[in-house]
Write a protein that binds this ligand. Structure first.
Ligand code: KG4
Ligand code: ZN
Length: 339
C-alpha cells in the first residue's frame, strides 16, 4: 500500500510517500521562512497562498524520488487540523480532491497524531504503551499512549506552548523568526550560572505546564541588565535551561505516575539538543528508553502525515466526500484503532 501524505498546517509545505513494506520512499519539504521572515512571524494569508504554489511541484518531486506514478498511490492522507485554517484548507482540498480524482480513499490526519507517531519512521520504533511528550509551536501535551488513537491526556499547557514561549522570548531578545532554533543557538554561548529562571508549576503536584511567565521573566531580566550580547546569550541559556528542566521534571512525574518505561518526544521543540540530551539521561537513569524522530521529522513534515494516514487507512478508516479542516481539534477525540 502506497500512501501520499500532505502537510500544510502552518509554515512548511510537506509531501511524502509511505509504502507499507518499503517504508518512506519519497519526502519533500519546503519551508516558508523567507516568505514570513520580513514580518517577524507567520502571516496566515501568505502561508495559504504559498502552500497553493508549492504542493503540486512537491508532489512531482516525491513521485520521481519513489520511481512511482500517481496510478501507484493507494490512499491520500492530509493534515486536517489543528492549525491555521486557510493553510489547512489548501492541503485538505488538494488531498481530498486528488483522492477523489484517483478513485482512492482519503484520510484526514490530526497534526499532533502525526507528530506522536513520527518516531515509528525510525529504525527502532517504540512499542506501545508509552508516554509521549508533544512539544510544538501550538501544543505542549503529555499523553499516555496505548495504541494508535488510544490516547489519555495526562497534562497540557494552561497558556503558551513550549515552542511559542521559545519564539516569543527569541523575539524579545531581538532574534529573527523562526525564533526557537535561533534562541537555542544563542544559548550555547550563554553562562548557565548568571541568571536563574523559575521552573513553573513544578512546586505543586500535577502534570500541567505554564510557560507564559518565563517570557515575562526574560523581559524583566533583560530590562534590568546591561544591554550587551553576552547578557542576551546568558538570558537565552537561563530560559532554555528552565524550559528543559520543567519538561524533564514533568516527564519524570508522568513516568512515575503511569509506571511506564518508554518515553516518546516529538514536535518542533523535540529537535532541541539540550532537551534531547536531558531526557536521554533521565531515561538512562530510570532504566527506560527515550525515542525521538530524527530532528528533521520533529518539526513539521509530510512523512509523519503519510505514516499516520497509512495506519488509519490500513485499518479500514477513510473520509466521506466532504472537505473539512479544523483550526481546533482535540487529540483525545480521535477514534482508537482496533488492536
Ligand atoms: O512542530 P512544529 O514544527 O510546528 C508546530 O506544529 O507548531 O514546531 C515548531 C516550534 C516552533 O515554536 C519552533 O521555534 C520550535 O518548534 N523549535 C525549536 C527548535 N526547533 C524548532 N525550539 C527550540 N529548539 C529548537 N532546536
Ligand atoms: Zn507541528
Amino acid at each position: 500500500m502506497l500512501v501520499l501524505g500532505i502537510e500544510t498546517s502552518c509554515d512548511e509545505t510537506g509531501v511524502a510517500l509511505y509504502h507499507s513494506e518499503r517504508g518512506l520512499v519519497g519526502h519533500a519539504l519546503y519551508s516558508q521562512i523567507e516568505v514570513h521572515a520580513p514580518y517577524g512571524g507567520v502571516v496566515p494569508e501568505l502561508a495559504s497562498r504559498d502552500h497553493v504554489r508549492k504542493l503540486l511541484p512537491l508532489l512531482k518531486d516525491v513521485l520521481e524520488q519513489a520511481g512511482a506514478t500517481r496510478g501507484d498511490i493507494d490512499g491520500v492522507a492530509f493534515t486536517a487540523g489543528p492549525g491555521l485554517i486557510g493553510a489547512l484548507l489548501v492541503g485538505a482540498s488538494m488531498g481530498r480532491s486528488l483522492a477523489w480524482t484517483w478513485g482512492v480513499p482519503a484520510m484526514a490526519v490530526h497534526h499532533m497524531e502525526g507528530h506522536l507517531l513520527a518516531p515509528m519512521l525510525e529504525t527502532e520504533p517504540p512499542a506501545f504503551p508509552f508516554v509521549a511528550l508533544l512539544v510544538s509551536g501550538g501544543h505542549t501535551l503529555l499523553v499516555r499512549v496505548e495504541g494508535v488513537g488510544a490516547y489519555r491526556l495526562l497534562g497540557e499547557s494552561v497558556d503558551d506552548a513550549a515552542g511559542e514561549a521559545f519564539d516569543k522570548t527569541a523575539k524579545l531578545l531581538g532574534l529573527p523568526y523562526p525564533g526557537g532554533p535561533e534562541l537555542a543557538k544563542l544559548a550555547q554561548q550563554g553562562d548557565p550560572t548568571r541568571f536563574r529562571f523559575p521552573r513553573p508549576m513544578t512546586d505543586r503536584p500535577g502534570l500541567d505546564f505554564s510557560f507564559s511567565g518565563l517570557k515575562t521573566f526574560a523581559l524583566t531580566t533583560l530590562r534590568d541588565s546591561p544591554q550587551d550580547d553576552q547578557t542576551r546569550a546568558d538570558i537565552a541559556r537561563a530560559f532554555e535551561d528552565a524550559v528543559v528542566d520543567t519538561l524533564a521534571i514533568k516527564c519524570r512525574r508522568a513516568l512515575e505516575h503511569t509506571g511506564l518505561t518508554r518515553l516518546v518526544v516529538a514536535g518542533g521543540v523535540g529537535a532541541n539538543r539540550a532537551l534531547r540530551e536531558r531526557l536521554q539521561s533521565l531515561l538512562e537513569q530510570r532504566g527506560g528508553r527515550v525515542y525521538y524522530p530524527r530532528p528533521a521529522f520533529c518539526t513539521d513534515n509530510g512523512a509523519m502525515i503519510a505514516y499516520a494516514g497509512f495506519r488509519r487507512l490500513q485499518a479500514g478508516q477513510h473520509e466521506d466526500l466532504h472537505i473539512e479542516a479544523r483550526a481546533r481539534w482535540l487529540l483525545t477525540d480521535l477514534p482508537a484503532l482496533a488492536t
